[in-house]
Design a protein around this ligand. Structure first.
Ligand SMILES: Cc1cc2nc3c(=O)[nH]c(=O)nc-3n(C[C@H](O)[C@H](O)[C@H](O)COP(=O)(O)OP(=O)(O)OC[C@H]3O[C@@H](n4cnc5c(N)ncnc54)[C@H](O)[C@@H]3O)c2cc1C
Length: 421
């Protein structure tokens, strides 16, 4: 078909690959999809801890190439660094990054989908490079693996988040304010790390103190779940510290918080502030931090051809992949409806937390709740099934190249809500 609309997708990790594949499914012959990312593989971040605790380098098992899926859809891929977005002229400037010295190019779009995620601001935490650990990419995951297996002396471990600075704008829908970007990982790690310590005869839950900048850790899990989870965590012997306000610095013997207190610790496992990329700040379609302003159909109110999905979108609170996945389904349907002149009814984003966490020994937890957003759903289950679902999602995502069928999430909700062993 002539005069196909060009949909330009920036970023190709979870949100970018998923939206590109859904767009192809929804509008196939009517669009030309171009995807830009600086790397040509997916980093399957949520499973990094599981690989680390099984003594695998996560880079060997969790990076998978996506180009064959884009190619089979007929989508074009450009490996390049995105450098700026000119929304007035509908152009994106980028520099190919296969070799140093490439000249800057630009590309025009009819629709732009921003799926660039965020910068994880470890560089703003004094002492992190020397004394900090984390699990948010394969490099850091492998550092933890090496430390645990070769250097860990059985000392205390602190585990928690720096203060997240959520973006504000009067143009955003009303959503709750989060003081930490994503506290599922510290909760999950508390369980799976305690299991690793026990298995390796190096300690147990008592070695670990969880901390949070907020009143309560994992606030987005809602009151009902937290009333069950927190007493259980305390009974197991974990230390717990709230209202730290943020991290002031980390040093060899411990961590100092912005509330003036400190904790001694051999290992400091940290999740930082999720910050928008510096080139996003100040653009005419972002909030005061640089996250992309959208409505609940993932569309910018001032630039209707601009959409955002995943961590880069202001409304993705907390910064979790399952929200991004729902946003990708919505954005691709909205764009397809418009291009194809269809009238298919699309529901706006109904934010909720859908989360599977590893607890060690092939068990996991499952949370399904919208209570924090004012809803009534609140389900917490623990057992073998959530672990199977977590591993199953990774296999399905890798096998289908991000094209998880529309029944994928609802089916895992049904299994998670009703059939836990
Ligand atoms: C340890 C950990 C565990 C987690 N566990 C879960 C979980 O169990 N469930 C869950 O739902 N969520 C989980 N999350 C959150 C989840 O990983 C993120 O929400 C998800 O990765 C966001 O996807 P995204 O595609 O929006 O952004 P990203 O995954 O950050 O991808 C952004 C992409 O954009 C590219 N990019 C960025 N800037 C540029 C540029 N200038 N030029 C070119 N390319 C660029 C990057 O290379 C990358 O491919 C976890 C996070 C962590 C850290």
């Amino acid at each position: 078909m002539k005069n196909k609309k060009r949909v330009l997708v920036l970023g190709c990790n979870f949100a970018g690959l998923t939206v590109a594949r859904f767009l192809h499914k929804e509008a196939d012959n009517y669009i030309k999809i171009t995807v830009i990312d600086r790397k040509n593989y997916i980093n399957f971040i949520p499973n990094i801890p599981i690989e680390v605790f099984n003594n695998h380098n996560p880079a060997d098992t969790l990076e998978f190439e996506f180009q064959k899926y884009l190619k089979s859809d007929g989508s074009e891929f450009i490996q390049a660094e995105v450098e700026s977005i000119d929304s007035a002229n509908k152009k994106v400037y980028y520099t190919p990054n296969e070799r140093k010295g490439s000249a800057q190019e630009n590309i025009e779009y009819d629709y732009l989908v921003i799926a660039l995620g965020c910068k994880l601001a470890y560089d703003k935490i004094e002492g992190f490079a020397e004394f900090g650990h984390t699990f948010s990419d394969t490099f850091y995951g492998n550092e933890v693996r090496n430390y645990l297996n070769n250097n860990y002396k059985g000392g205390h471990i602190v585990l928690g988040s720096d203060r997240f600075i959520q973006g504000k704008s009067p143009k955003l829908p009303i959503i709750p304010t989060a003081l930490a970007a994503c506290e599922g990982p510290p909760i999950e790690l508390a369980f799976s790390l305690a299991d690793w310590l026990e298995k390796h005869k190096k300690g147990n839950a008592k070695n670990i103190t969880l901390f949070t900048p907020g009143d309560i850790i994992a606030e987005d899990a809602g009151e009902t779940i937290l009333n069950k989870l927190l007493p259980m965590v305390l009974k197991m012997g974990y230390g717990y510290k709230n209202n730290t306000i943020g991290i002031k610095r980390i040093y060899k013997e411990g961590i100092e918080f912005k509330d003036g207190t400190s904790l001694e610790a051999e290992m400091k496992i940290i999740f930082p502030n999720w910050e928008p990329h510096s080139f996003m700040k100040g653009l005419p379609f972002v909030d005061d931090q640089g996250f992309v302003i959208t409505d609940l159909f993932m569309r910018n109110p001032d630039y209707p051809e601009i959409f955002a999905v995943g961590d880069a979108a202001s409304v993705t609170i907390p910064k979790i992949g399952s929200l991004g996945h729902m946003e990708c389904e919505i954005a691709s349907k909205v764009i397809a409806n418009e291009i194809l002149g269809k009238d298919e009814k699309i529901d706006p984003l109904h934010p909720l937390l859908l989360c599977y966490g590893d607890m060690g020994r092939h068990k996991g937890f499952y949370m399904h709740t919208d209570e924090w957003w004012g809803g009534k759903t609140s389900i917490l289950k623990m057992g073998y099934t959530p672990y199977i679902l977590k591993m199953g999602f990774k296999t399905m995502y890798q096998t289908l190249g991000g094209k998880v069928p529309s029944w994928g999430l609802p089916l895992s909700e049904i299994v998670g809500d009703h059939s836990i062993i």
